[in-house]
Write a protein that binds this ligand. Structure first.
Ligand SMILES: [Zn+2]
Length: 126
């Protein structure tokens, strides 16, 4: 079974088609076609590699199961136990600060996590 087009690439493609070719009635279908029939295999591999193997840049700690794990984006839950109590952040300072600021602004971030992050940010930034 062919794998689905990578999300980021697909959304970007759809957005571009809508903007640049509003006469296209089904931009999703067009982008799927581009991915399966038009993109060169080397290009596809490169895009997939970038989206599937992001450089791990952040270390998180789960309070519930005491596991550490790496991820590029702020995780919504612990991959080991599913807990949302991830309150320790260590690793690359600047990236973490930016990430925390982004997460605090994000309306999707649960309130208790926002609160924990705001406190942590004050600590980290001094
Ligand atoms: Zn856990």
């Amino acid at each position: 079974m062919p794998r689905r087009p990578p999300k980021k690439w697909f959304y970007h493609c759809v957005a571009r088609v809508k903007q640049e070719a509003p006469e296209v009635t089904d931009p999703e279908a067009l982008c799927a076609w581009i991915w399966y029939h038009h993109a060169k295999p080397a290009t596809r591999r490169k895009i997939l590699a970038e989206e599937n193997n992001p450089e791990p840049t952040m270390e998180f700690h789960c309070v519930e199961c005491d596991n550490y794990f790496w991820t590029r984006d702020l995780p919504s839950m612990c991959p080991f136990c599913g807990s949302k109590e991830i309150d320790e952040l260590t690793g690359k300072r600047e990236k973490i600060i930016n990430l925390m600021k982004r997460a605090i602004k994000d309306p999707e971030t649960p309130e208790h996590l926002k609160h924990a992050l705001t406190k942590k940010l004050e600590e980290v930034e001094g």
